[in-house]
Design a protein around this ligand. Structure first.
Ligand code: UT7
Length: 332
């Protein structure tokens, strides 16, 4: 039995936070943000709109587009670092309830921006082992809930949103995932982190006062390592599978910064039309970024059944991952 990428769905909140809005909040400029990141605006969830709400909307679309019922799903894996609740229950359990699915295995993955591709590798393993038939994988983030909107080095980058995919079993090798690779190096864990809450810094008045519950990033160091690691990772996955970069119609990288995407795309000698870009309008949505980008190309009608996708991502942990697979759902 093989795993196939069966369908895609996504959801973005309607509220837009533009660069000019941020100019009024911190010492920054539209020009600086655009030049250094390629971001013009990002979406922000309502106060009462939670990660599971966005995830459920994306999931309903993905399930419907796979031609399935919610009850056909036998595993839910939600990748998020902004869960509805920090300890328990898992956001995937809340999603299962909102989808009306009973008796389903459901758990979360914490791999920051790499979470969706990590979830792909989990779905692949469950399906190839014969344990599951239809796995719902989700990348969903209410990143605005851990952003300090007085810190200009981070608040310009992140946004909220969700993407979901159904990964199904198939006997047709032409539909199957070609390769998924996921990795981590914890020695760089302080490059990108939220210091609290957790066992190191349990919630306290002091933690709140010091803002340790907000995301902190060594931006420039992370940037350099991202370009180096991703370039090697995508070159390796292509070489290991004897596929040339010009044969990839859809290079769908994590949308953190246009300059990172451009540097990796250039190293692969990718043409502009091969590279999917959504960072300008959504910013960095962490685990949601890749499925939101896949959804964007699918909804535009450019992602057709059988066409190859190359995914690559890098994030807190530090984690990184890449995947090479055909889109095996129906074309729009
Ligand atoms: O998704 C997970 C992976 N995440 C990433 O890959 C993100 C990686 N990092 C980045 O995207 C970039 O490093 C940033 C966009 C965060 C920053 O860009 P940079 O080119 O690395 O800038 P920098 O941190 O070296 O800062 C350059 C200057 C500094 O001023 P001085 O020291 O040169 O006077 C900063 O204080 O830019 C200043 N600066 C800003 N200026 C205006 C930093 N943030 C801002 C801002 N507006 N928002």
């Amino acid at each position: 039995m093989y795993a196939k990428f069966h369908s895609i769905g996504a959801y973005v909140p309607s509220k837009v936070l533009s660069n000019s809005d941020l100019e009024k909040m911190v010492d920054t400029s539209d020009e600086w943000i655009l030049k250094r990141t390629g971001i013009s605006e990002r979406r922000i969830a309502d106060v009462d709109e939670n990660t599971s709400d966005m995830a459920t909307k994306a999931s309903k679309l993905a399930i419907e587009r796979a031609g399935l019922e919610s009850s056909d799903i036998d595993l839910i894996v939600c990748a998020t670092v902004t869960p509805d609740y920090f300890n328990m229950p898992a956001t995937s359990c809340i999603i299962s309830d909102k989808l009306g699915i009973k008796n389903v295995q459901a758990f979360d993955i914490s791999a920051a921006c790499s979470g969706f591709v990590y979830a792909l590798s989990v779905a692949k393993a469950f399906i190839e082992s014969g344990m599951k038939k239809h796995v719902l994988i989700i990348g969903a983030e209410k990143f605005s809930s851990i952003v300090d909107y007085t810190d200009r080095t981070t608040c310009i980058l992140f946004g909220d949103g969700a993407g979901a995919a159904v990964i199904s079993a198939t006997e047709d090798k032409d539909e199957a995932f070609i390769d998924v690779h996921a990795s981590a190096d914890g020695s760089y864990s302080d490059f990108l982190m939220t210091p609290a809450p957790g066992t190191v810094n349990p919630l306290s008045a002091q933690v709140i006062e010091e803002g340790l519950n907000f995301v902190q990033m060594k931006g420039n160091e992370t940037f350099k390592l991202a370009v180096k690691t991703l370039t090697k990772d995508v070159k390796d996955i292509l070489a290991n599978n004897s596929i040339a970069s010009e044969d990839i119609p859809h290079f769908i990288p994590h949308q953190a910064n246009y300059r990172i995407i451009k540097a990796v795309g250039d190293a692969l000698k990718m043409k502009e039309e091969q590279v999917v870009l959504t960072v300008g309008k959504y910013g960095n949505t962490s685990a949601a970024s890749i499925p939101m980008a896949i959804n964007e190309v699918w909804e535009s009608g450019r992602l057709k059944k059988g066409e190859l996708m190359l995914l690559d991502t890098f994030g807190g942990g530090l984690t990184w991952a890449s995947a090479l697979l055909p889109f095996a759902g129906e074309s729009k």
